[in-house]
Design a protein. Structure first.
Length: 349
């Protein structure tokens, strides 16, 4: 069942209350540049996938970029980030070289996971990106585990665990929320609520439409956030991470967003209307930043064109880098595989 036009627009406006003046010109320019790079990287990814340049699953993040950049700008070096399989945007926002991400899509040795992970398993420890995870909801518990390690090692780092609105329905969330609260872990749980789990809308799966309420049963501070606004995302993440760093434990953020494209590359999208999609596109965060930069004359038209040219060239170089990189050797299959030497019935090759 598609969410009605009125309802989807209302849902996103309800949470919009941040003044743009709280942020510097430099922040807006960085958000704009990073979101444009994510968008263009993924538009190219979609084209390459259709041309069968690489295989496997492919879930585009287009429309949700404000969450990745708002989280990146509000977090600190040393913090850790995890998400599900819709994972192209997060590492780019955190500063991973997109060339090694494109190479990963192509399954090449130069990829961020040595070409063995593909689209759903990006990973870059250098920027604190602890993956891309394909099992819906698995990263909720693993993220709390990482937060436990940070607390145990007294690093004062915070862990940000993103999940979809569908992942919220996994039982593991409840066990994790309970333990994370009990142990006061430095973790921010982020629901990237794009209103659909594949073709199933939130309202078809629950009576509790305000997903932030889920945290309340664990006394977890929880709030709804406008995910089309990098400002709102930044402010809510900053507040939550300050709380975690002070030793005051987890937060749940229900960040309302939208994916403009289908769930994955094969999705006829019969569950939603074109009007619903275009209503959300009207609130596009890249356009929002572009318009503010223009209105405030923070950059000349020439400088804006330079950014766009730089992004185009980056994406072109990503493809060249990936296509010119070698495939992994067959024996790579046996590297990086966890094996317990004492476990019975395992044959060593
Ligand atoms: C445990 C498990 N069950 C089912 C699937 C199949 N599956 C892949 S994506 C998905 C929908 C998840 O939707 P949501 O959490 O809202 O994330 P979104 O795709 O919207 O980002 C499902 C059911 C899976 N990968 N793992
Ligand atoms: Mg979803």
């Amino acid at each position: 069942m598609a969410v009605s036009k009125e309802k989807s627009v209302k849902a996103s406006k309800k949470t919009s209350k941040v003044k743009s003046s709280n942020f510097s010109k430099e922040t807006y320019i960085k958000w704009y540049k990073d979101m444009l790079l994510i968008r263009k990287f993924e538009e190219k990814t979609g084209q390459l996938y259709i041309q069968q340049k690489f295989g496997g699953f492919c879930h585009l993040y287009i429309g949700q970029e404000a969450i990745a950049v708002g989280t990146a700008s509000a977090s600190k070096k040393g913090d850790k980030h995890m998400t599900a399989y819709r994972d192209h945007g997060h590492p780019i926002a955190l500063g991973t070289d997109p060339r090694i991400l494109m190479a990963e899509l192509y399954g090449r040795t130069t990829g961020c996971s040595k070409g063995k992970g593909g689209s759903m398993h990006f990973f870059d420890k250098n920027v604190g990106f602890m993956g891309g995870h394909g099992i819906v909801g698995a990263q909720i518990a693993m993220g709390a585990g990482v937060a436990f390690a940070e607390k145990y090692n007294e690093t004062n780092n915070v862990v940000y665990v993103s999940m979809g609105d569908g992942a919220v329905r996994q039982g593991i969330l409840h066990e994790t929320f309970n333990m994370a609260m009990l142990w006061n872990l430095p973790v921010v749980f982020i629901i990237e609520n794009n209103n659909y789990a594949m073709g199933t809308s939130v309202e078809r799966t629950t009576n509790v439409l305000e997903l932030s309420k889920i945290g309340l049963s664990y006394d977890m501070p929880s709030e709804s956030v406008n995910g089309m606004s990098p400002e709102a995302v930044h402010e809510s993440i900053k507040k939550a991470s300050d709380r975690a760093r002070k030793g005051n434990g987890p937060t749940l953020l229900d960040i309302q967003t939208y994916r403009y494209k289908g769930h994955s590359m094969s999705d006829p999208q019969k569950y939603r209307t074109k009007d619903e999609v275009s209503d959300w596109i009207e609130q596009d965060p890249i356009k929002h930043c572009y318009d503010l930069i223009k209105k405030n004359k923070w950059l000349t038209d020439k400088k804006l064109d330079d950014i766009s040219d730089w992004v185009k060239n980056e994406v072109k170089e990503c493809v060249e880098f990936a296509e010119n990189s070698p495939y992994p050797d067959g024996k790579e299959l046996y590297n990086d595989v966890y094996m317990d030497k004492d476990y019975p019935f395992i044959i060593e090759y």
